[in-house]
Design a binder for this molecule. Structure first.
Ligand SMILES: O=C[C@H](O)[C@@H](O)CC(=O)C(=O)O
Ligand SMILES: [Zn+2]
Length: 278
């Protein structure tokens, strides 16, 4: 398990490219027939990918010791979105089918977690976020029909996109996790600009749906002290509450956002005026 400490903005602004990448970037989310796991001390979010190909991938008692519990979700909830082929996920004996761009919410207390691909030539790619939780909400799938889609931006400002909300209060109850997927249209390359922070929640962006020639410059830092992280396909970046999070690609792309913290109010953002960005 890759552990990332919390980071003060005064420290973050002194870092060079290598230092920034070490603190904030998650370079490898998917490994065949494995799960990856990054534990950030920022709100104790856990992020990673689960990619069963030929074998069943399980998250079992091996992680219990690292979390000081008997099993991973003893005191946690988990949300995942599948960006690959169809998956079969067995949670405490109940089987869920999670197709491409469908999600699964797993409530606190689920002991046994098994992940399989329906077709090993089209492996499932399950991107997940997990947050501390103290109440059990029911485990359930979220199909595209269940989501709330919000069109945003315009071609003139190069940011025409659709925010698809999967794990939000209008769709289902969670303790503190919210997640969704934002897809940019052809010819649009800016996400989350005009930009914002939210002192009350941290956020993680996972960029995907990019070819080898496409990169995204992810903007971070305090609004008056910005930095960037260059993102390649299927990489994630951690955004502390004090940081903006916005990106511009050399071409269109898609990303999954996940937030945890004080509230579940999507619109609770501190908007930054363009003239104030440095
Ligand atoms: O707090 C909300 C998150 O940063 C994202 O939902 C923003 C986003 O997807 C976008 O504007 O493209
Ligand atoms: Zn945000």
């Amino acid at each position: 398990m890759d552990v990332r400490q919390s980071i003060h903005s005064d420290h973050a602004k002194t870092l060079d490219t290598t230092g920034i990448r070490k603190e904030f970037l998650v370079e490898k989310i998917f490994e065949a027939d494995k799960y990856t796991m990054v534990y950030s001390h920022i709100d104790r979010i856990v992020i990673g990918g689960i990619m069963p190909v030929k074998n069943t991938v399980t998250i079992g008692a091996e992680v219990g010791k690292q979390f000081g519990v008997n099993y991973f979700l003893e005191r946690r909830e988990l949300g995942l979105i599948n960006i690959g082929g169809d998956a079969t996920i067995i949670v405490d004996g109940t089987t869920y089918t999670v197709k491409n761009e469908e999600a699964l919410y797993i409530g606190k207390g689920a002991k046994s977690l098994e992940f399989k691909s329906v077709d090993s030539s089209k492996p499932a790619k399950l991107y997940y976020n997990s947050a501390p939780a103290h109440h059990t909400y029911p485990t359930r799938t979220i199909t595209k029909n269940d989501t709330v889609a919000q069109p945003l931006g315009s071609l003139e400002t190069c940011n025409k996109r659709t925010i698809r909300k999967y794990l939000v209060p209008d769709v289902l109850e969670t303790c503190q996790l919210s997640m969704g997927m934002t897809r940019l249209e052809e010819g649009s390359n800016w996400n989350s600009m005009p930009t914002h922070t939210h002192e009350r929640r941290m956020e993680v962006y996972f960029y995907f749906d990019m070819d080898d020639e496409t990169i995204v410059f992810h903007m971070m830092g305090k609004p008056q002290e910005t930095r960037h992280v260059v993102m390649h396909n299927e990489q994630a970046v951690i955004s502390p509450s004090w940081s903006i999070h916005s990106g511009v690609g050399t071409k269109r792309y898609t990303f999954i956002w996940g937030m945890i913290g004080e509230n579940l109010t999507f619109d609770d953002m501190d908007h930054i005026a363009m003239k104030d960005i440095r």
